[in-house]
Structures are given as C-alpha cells and as structure tokens.
Design a protein around this ligand. Structure first.
Ligand SMILES: Cc1cc2nc3c(=O)[nH]c(=O)nc-3n(C[C@H](O)[C@H](O)[C@H](O)COP(=O)(O)OP(=O)(O)OC[C@H]3O[C@@H](n4cnc5c(N)ncnc54)[C@H](O)[C@@H]3O)c2cc1C
Ligand code: SF4
Length: 483
C-alpha cells in the first residue's frame, strides 16, 4: 500500500501549460505534463478504494488504483505496464480522453472535491516509460496459426490488432492512408497530440508483431471477400474487423458552400496534419491562411479547427454555434483553451448563406440568430430561428475569408457498397447484431465510429477490445452458429 496523503488537496495538482500568448504562435503541445514530484503528489490523493468506481467509468477497464499506487511508490515504468495490460494507447488516452465524463466522473473524491487527475497520471506514466526507453514487451501466446485482417488503423483497429497479436494471432492491418493512426494522426492537431507520440504507440504494436499494409483502400484496391477467401495473391484470413471510422465530411447544404475558402473541417485538419501546414513556411502546404475565419460547430473538431486557424495566422477566429455555451459538446478543457487563446464564440447563431466576390472567393457569411426551444431527441434544447419585433428573421453578417464546416462526419460508403451482404443502418453506418460487433456477414466484425457514428477514442477502443475477445472465442469454438 503506498503512502497516502491524509492532508490531500481538494484540487488536482496543477499541470504546467504554455501561456496563451506564446502558444498561439506555435504548434507545440499546450499542457506540458507532470514532473515526477507532481505525479507522486497527485497519486497520493487517491484513496485506493476497495471498490474503485473510477474503473467502472473506463470503457477498457484500466486498472486505475493499481497503476496510481505504483506511481505513488515511484515505480513509474511499472505503472505504464499496468495500464497497458488493458489499454495499448495510454499516452494518447491520457491526452485526449474525456476523463471528466468517464473515469474521473466516477471518482469518489469528486463528490466533494476535484477527482483524482487520472488522465494526467496516465499520460505521465506513459511518457515516463517512453522517454526513459523502458518500453517493455509483454509475453505473447504462442502462434496459433490463425490470421485476422483489420481494416483501418485508427484507435479501434489498433486495439483489435494489439489484443489479438498478444493472443498468438497473425494480424495484418490494411490502411487507406500512407500513415497509421486514423484521426489521431490526421484529425487531432499536433498541439494536442504530438504525432511522434502516436507513431511510438503504433511502433509498440508493430513490435508485438502487428503487420501494417499502408495505402490499401479496401473496397477499391482490394475487397473484403478477397481478404476472406484468399484471392488475388492475398493469404486467406479467418476473420475481418472493420474499423474505418466516420471521416466523410458533412455540409449544411446552404447557398455559397461551393465558394473558394469554404472547407470541411476534415479537409482543413488533414491538410494541416498530414501535409504539415503547421510547419508553414518550412512546408508550403496548399491550405488557405485566413485572416477572418468562421468555424461552424461546437465539438472537439470545431475547437481543433479554430485553434489551428489561429496558429496559422487568423486574426479574428469565430466559433459559430447554434446552441448556447452550456450545450457545447467539446471537452471542457478544449473550450477553456480556445477561449484563453482569443477564439470569439458566437453562440445561438448559424450560417444561412456564404457570400462571395466576383472571383468566386468567400467574403462574408450571413447568419441567423437562434433561441433555444424544447428539448430534442438528444435531450438538448433545440435551436429555433429568432425573429425581430417586425417578424423578420434576426440576422447578422460577418466578413470572413475562410469558413470551416465542423458539423460532424458521415460513413464513407465505398467499403460497404463493395461488400455484398453487409447490412447498414438508416444513417449508412454498419449494423452490428451483438455487443461484440458481429455484422450480417459471418466472420466479419465491425466497431468504432463506423458503427456508432462520430464518438470518442476510448469508445472506439472499447469496441475493438470486445470484438477481439469475441473473435478469439469464435475462432476457437466448434460452435459454427454466427447470429
Ligand atoms: C478533429 C477531431 C478531434 C477529435 N478529438 C477527440 C478527443 O479529443 N477525444 C476523443 O476521445 N475523441 C476525439 N475525436 C473522435 C475520435 O478521434 C474518433 O471517435 C476515433 O478516432 C474513432 O476511431 P476509429 O478507429 O473508429 O476511426 P478513425 O480514427 O477514423 O480511423 C479509421 C481509419 O480507417 C481508415 N480507412 C477508412 N476507410 C478505409 C478503407 N476503405 N480501407 C482501409 N482503411 C480505411 C482511415 O484512413 C483511418 O485511418 C476527434 C475527432 C476528430 C475528427
Ligand atoms: S475512485 Fe478515485 S479515489 Fe477511488 S481508487 Fe479510483 S481514482 Fe482513487
């Protein structure tokens, strides 16, 4: 039992950060992480509960009190290994998981004071292990002669691959892009999740034996049936897991969206991340550098796009969101950081038209003011257009030269359309019939955003974990019943 602190602070040990006025001029990570002393101090706030509620809030069931106890004892690399028993991407999750809605929301300390900073401690342990080159490979089961193909190298696919590789499977990931990581690599910006960290976590999986086939868009260059049946030079795979995400951009279908200067957040962030716009002018990426920028939406994607635009030289960067601050779906920390960085929030507003100049370049957005009405199906109050006293719509116009639409993603239809018998739901996402991700096609599992729609890293990983366990039990049972 570690030396707990009877005089624990009611607040989390603060984590040092780059100051807003400095960080808007660079893409370096904003929070700097705990020192060893800070991590030990924070770990000693934990009560080491006999029935740890925090763990029930974690979709991959990280052994939270156990790893925190190891930090309190100064056994930092061992703490990282403890986390990795159930989570193969701890440095990522420690940075981007919405802990305030998951493990930390269940921590008993949170009833009266601030909960234990579980995410900060997870990040510390993973960073310590990596920075001190203490990464330890766990013992794998002996090869069992079975092959599993994973489509998509996002957090969901990477989790399936890691878990099955440990169980002795030969696992190959087919990834459409030239770099693995999914949204971790091409969506979330460098100042929130450095790409070198994602690369290291993928590297760890490769050391476990996971093979990566990059630039392989399944559904165009190769089909699911070819993978399963072993056609066209492919070895025969015993199971396929589909984790292709929901990265197809959505637009509002309002006039002027075709104008030069209107991007989807997906395109804007991908160009910035994969084509290194964030190292402009060293890398001269073709992404527009707006001075007056409107980002439409209120989720993590919108915050990331706005903060990226600020760092790329935006003078006035607006978030245009149709509900109020209370309903913002982004993580609290991201909203706080965006506000500190001078992003201008225009709540209860929505664009209704983009206006262009004679060359077809965006010059302004006409916006409708909103009020909140009755709750909708999501339980949040529905925004309804506001009218002036004379009954005319309440509107305003802002001058902008760049608009970034961040209103959510859709399923990319290519893979589903090229896979006969794969059932989809009404919204175009893959339909699963068990909690472990079995689809309408025998031997084909699916999970992550392609099943749920845009969600979170840890939920995509949780789906991957459940599917990996089910793939293992299906391939080892003599019961051939699928659904
Ligand atoms: C900008 C942004 C910020 C976010 N911030 C957060 C955050 O702070 N915290 C959080 O928890 N979540 C966040 N999310 C959501 C989170 O990233 C996703 O929920 C998560 O990445 C989903 O994982 P996935 O593995 O299902 O899909 P993805 O991460 O989308 O990965 C899917 C992979 O499949 C590949 N692929 C697609 N089609 C094919 C094909 N036909 N063949 C082969 N490969 C294919 C893609 O290239 C991609 O690499 C954010 C999302 C975005 C876009
Ligand atoms: S609930 Fe909080 S105090 Fe209890 S073990 Fe988990 S982190 Fe520690």
């Amino acid at each position: 039992m570690p030396n707990l602190n009877p005089n624990r602070s009611p607040k989390k040990t603060p984590m040092p950060e780059q100051l807003p006025q400095e960080r808007i001029h660079n893409f370096l990570e904003v929070p700097k992480g705990y020192t060893e002393e800070m991590a030990v101090e924070e770990s000693r706030r934990c009560l080491q509960c006999k029935k740890p509620m925090c763990r029930t809030g974690c979709p991959v069931a990280v052994k939270i009190p156990e790893f925190i106890a190891l930090i309190a004892e100064g056994k930092f690399a061992e703490a990282a290994q403890k986390i990795k028993e159930t989570n193969c991407l701890p440095a990522v999750c420690g940075r981007v998981c919405p802990q305030e809605k998951q493990c930390e929301s269940m921590c008993v300390l949170g009833k009266k004071n601030e909960p234990v900073g579980i995410g900060r401690l997870e990040r510390f342990a993973a960073d310590y292990e990596r920075e001190h080159q203490l990464i330890h490979l766990p013992t794998k089961a002996a090869p069992n002669g079975k092959r599993v193909a994973v489509i998509g190298a996002g957090p969901s696919g990477l989790t399936v691959a890691g878990d099955l590789s440990l169980l002795g499977y030969e696992v190959t990931i087919f990834e459409a892009f030239h770099r693995p990581g999914g949204v971790l690599m091409y969506g979330i910006p460098e100042f929130r999740l450095p790409k070198a960290i994602v690369e290291k976590e993928v590297d760890y999986l490769q050391q476990l034996g996971v093979r990566l086939e990059l630039n392989q868009a399944v559904g165009t260059s190769i089909m699911v049936d070819e993978i399963l049946n072993g056609e066209n030079g492919e070895p025969k795979y015993d199971a396929v897991y589909i984790g292709v995400g929901a990265g197809f951009p959505s637009f509002m279908h309002i006039p002027g969206e075709h104008l030069g200067g209107v991007y989807s957040a997906n395109e804007y962030l991908t160009r910035s991340n994969l084509m290194k716009a964030y190292r402009f002018p060293e890398y001269d990426t073709p992404v527009l550098l707006g001075k007056n920028v409107a980002v439409v939406g209120g989720g993590n994607v919108a915050m990331d796009a706005a903060r990226t635009a600020k760092r790329l030289g935006g003078e006035n960067v607006y978030i245009i969101y149709r509900r109020s601050q209370e309903e913002l779906p982004a993580r609290g920390e991201e909203v706080h950081h965006a506000m500190e960085e001078g992003i201008i929030f225009k709540f209860l507003s929505a664009p209704v038209e983009y206006l262009g100049d004679e060359k077809g370049r965006l010059k302004a957005a006409r916006c409708q003011e909103m009020v909140l009405g009755e709750p909708d199906a999501s339980g949040r109050r529905r925004p309804v257009p506001k009218t002036n006293a004379d009954g005319a719509p309440a509107e305003f116009t802002i001058d902008i030269d760049l608009a970034i639409v961040a209103i959510g993603g859709n399923a990319n239809p290519v893979l589903a359309q090229s896979t006969p018998g794969l059932e989809l739901n009404q919204r175009g996402y893959i339909r699963t019939f068990t909690e472990t991700g079995r689809t309408s096609r025998p031997a084909v599992w699916a999970g992550g955003d392609i099943v749920t729609g845009a969600a979170t890293v840890i939920l995509a990983m949780g789906a991957g974990k459940a599917a990996a366990a089910d793939i293992d039990s299906f391939l080892h049972s003599h019961d051939t019943k699928w659904l």
